[in-house]
Design a protein around this ligand. Sequence first.
Ligand code: UD1
Ligand code: CA
Length: 449
Amino acid sequence: MTGIVLAAGQGTRMKSKYPKVIHRILDVPMVNWVVSALRKAGADRIVVVTGYEASMVEDILDDDIISVRQNPQLGTGHAVMTAVDYLDDEEIVVIAGDEPLVRPSTLKELVFARGEKDLDVVFLTMKPSDPTGYGRVVKDGNRVKIVEHRDADPETRKINEVNSAIYAFRGSFLRSAISRLSNNNDQKEYYLTDTVAMAEKADTIIVEDAREVLGVNDRIQLAEINSIAQRRINEELMKNGVTLVNPTTCYIGPEVQIGIDTVIEPMVFITGRTTIGEGCLIGPMTRIENSKIEDNVEIVRSEVSSADVRSGARVGPLSRLRPGAVVMNDAHVGNFVELKKTVLGRRSKAQHLTYLGDTNVGEDVNIGAGTITCNYDGKNKHKTEISDRAFIGSNTALVAPVKIGENSVIAAGSAITEDVPPNSLAFGRARQVVKEGRFSNNNGQEEKS
Ligand code: UD1
Ligand code: CA
């Protein structure tokens, strides 16, 4: 099956510099919701018709998606014509790029119905309370036609079954029908909808839940569809054993996976290809993107991006895991601690006010409060190596490149610029000097000596 996604329009009512279909529903551009539905419905080839700011749309498409450019945009029928090279004799599903909520199961139903009844075309329709603006569906036995709102007479406008712009075509029929389209209508456009009247056998399927085919035309609808998508995903998670304490405040992307008995506290954002294991506690007020979180992990009030958190680890409150952070099993990351390209070994702890960048921390290491790796010299990044069971005293600056050996202890307040061998104690600070009697009890004034 080939899927053709019409996405060349500007979407004037969005009042945007960007093409409509790249605006996001949750964290995924609208057109990619449609692409993903087609994929899940079994499309083995997907063609996206781009036009307005085409390269912006092409940039967000997966590599295996074909794109063709339609310039100028002369209507939905003309959009399909630009994809003519991809119209074979197989099944062809045509779908507007601005209807992100369509379900794969509905697309499958459409394709199944076409084959079963040997139809030239079958398309999804709905019966909205106000059909204004939509193409009206006029039926006469096996023949069906669609009359666009602006071309419809008052009688036709009373029809409340309308076209939702999602179609399954017999490939050979579509190819021949689009070559016969004319632009003899109010907008002087080539309407894809006119192909329906050319079919000897056409039919419609009325969608049960009209929300599924809602289109995005302005930013109010964008927000509405966003909340429908949010609810759909959250309910699916809850059905599958995830607790969402206050689902309306949680935004979880369509590609996220979460295991059973994980509890998501309020105000949590989880996006990208994040996976979260079982029995975790996430939130409140946490953002996680493109990360892998194993089982029984706790992440409280933190930011986590492209990081890896292993079973039993605890992160937060107020931690920041940046790309390449790996928190190993049962390790702890605490408040105001930032990790970047850093592995924190098993059972190791960095609990307070710390920056670890480009660092390898072994097992059972204690990183004292205020430890900073000085990994950047203004030009290059350098590595820090902290071996198993080392103890880094509070307020230590580790000037990379530098290595701290196993079991070694760094005295608090040190600036460490040279490697420390195993089993050692290293100081890197000025010796404390005490001048007794320098101040007496005369209002803090220095004694004249
Ligand atoms: C279309 C249908 C209408 C249906 C409605 C449902 C036609 C003529 N009409 O109307 O029957 O009720 O959808 O929402 O098809 N596009 C292109 N190239 C073009 C024109 C449009 O790619 O030259 C794309 C747009 O980007 C959009 C989709 O096709 O994603 C639909 O186009 P739009 O102009 O919104 O059609 P409607 O007027 O909504
Ligand atoms: Ca539309």
